[in-house]
Unconditional design. Structure first.
Length: 150
């Protein structure tokens, strides 16, 4: 029974507030690239659209069908993604993964709001959902840069 109580605590008011107030929660009409990612264990999916100019994200949209943890992560990403380079997004993804899997440090600003997801480190089956937004953003960013070079 304590495991169930711990899971209930995991879905804190802060996580639920982030999940319910997601920035850039609509798809872009004419993105440079899009990526859809799915977490196989839980079935969460996120589709990300990006516009990239001079190596930075200039517009962003996302369609999130995920648990509250995945939604909260997507909310933090959406609030901070405009103006970011690929390297910044990759660092945020790597830092978040280390925080979840190895109890590493919180991702650095502007993605430090992902700290709210630290309690999820004990729930490995939720990690993929939490990482989806950053994974999809990196994939879309790469596609946009490849298209620009073609």
């Amino acid at each position: 029974m304590s495991g169930e109580n711990d899971l209930i605590k995991l879905y804190s008011g802060q996580i639920l507030a982030l999940a319910s107030d997601m920035p850039h929660a609509a798809r872009l009409e004419a993105p440079d690239a899009s990526s859809k990612k799915r977490a196989p264990l839980c079935g969460s999916t996120i589709t990300v659209d990006v516009s990239v100019t001079d190596g930075k994200i200039t517009d962003f949209g996302q369609d999130v069908k995920a648990c509250a943890l995945g939604q909260a992560a997507a909310s933090v990403v959406g609030a901070n993604i405009i103006g970011r380079s690929r390297a910044e997004v990759e660092t945020a993804r790597d830092d978040l993964k280390a925080m979840l899997k190895q109890d590493g440090p919180t991702p650095t600003a502007p993605f430090d709001g992902l700290e709210v997801l630290r309690p999820a480190r004990e729930y490995k089956n939720r990690h993929a959902s939490i990482l989806l937004s950053l994974e999809a953003t990196l994939d879309a960013f790469d596609q946009a840069q490849q298209a620009a070079c073609a």
